[in-house]
Ligand binder design. Structure first.
Ligand code: ZN
Length: 215
């Protein structure tokens, strides 16, 4: 199946300036074929009736719980990789660079988004936010407990680290708290429900008659 993600679909090719034809055919952004008869606009992009039906079917198909599981598994994997990467970097360099929390948020957000089939929505936002929090918490464990300490303390720090660390190093730690927040909001925003604005049907003949409507 072709990529139905509208965020990534290229706009239809611009009309060839050298073309002498005054009626540039409108092309569907999904199948790239010239539109015949009537078409729709989804998020401002031209889609023919066939592809509109396919795109709409793909939005409602599949099992929501299975999607959530896949999103959770991919997100958890990203959180583990991100958290270990964050912690390893901090241990190796001795620097606690908060900007990595934003990268972790982006990575986890991307994994959840991918696992959700680009669906987005509140549940995925909470999932991505929680996993980012735990990844940042896990990554800050080495900072909080140094090289000694036991597993119980480490797990505890994983859950409270992002809040505990700023308190322990107040007030400079407030920057860390803000950056944790940025990382979480990054993951949150990436899993918002994508815009879905359908207009139409429009007639190709009407579009040809009014050049303003053509892209
Ligand atoms: Zn099409």
């Amino acid at each position: 199946m072709s990529d139905l993600n509208f965020d990534k679909v290229e706009p239809p090719p611009a009309a060839d300036a050298a073309s002498s034809s005054p009626q540039q055919p409108l092309a569907c952004v999904v199948c790239k074929r010239a539109v015949q008869g009537s078409y729709f606009e989804i998020n401002g992009k031209i889609v023919d009736a066939n592809c509109k039906a396919r795109v709409e079917a793909s939005r409602t198909s599949g099992s929501p719980s299975q999607r959530f599981l896949v999103a959770g598994a991919l997100g958890l994997g990203a959180a583990i990789v991100g958290g270990i990467g964050y912690g390893a970097f901090t241990l190796a360099t001795g620097w606690n660079i908060g900007i990595i929390a934003i990268a972790v948020g982006w990575f986890v957000g991307l994994a959840v988004r991918k696992g959700s089939g680009m669906r987005g929505g509140r549940g995925y936002q909470f999932l991505a936010a929680a996993l980012t929090y735990l990844a940042v918490g896990g990554g800050s464990v080495p900072i909080l407990m140094g090289k000694d300490g036991n597993l119980v303390v480490a797990v505890m720090f994983m859950f409270v680290g992002p809040i505990l660390e700023p308190i322990m190093s107040f007030p400079s730690g407030l920057i860390g708290l803000a950056i944790t927040f940025f990382g979480i909001s990054q993951a949150w925003r990436m899993n918002a429900t994508p815009a879905w604005d359908v207009k139409g049907p429009f007639s190709v003949a009407d579009a040809a008659a009014s050049p303003v409507a053509a892209p």
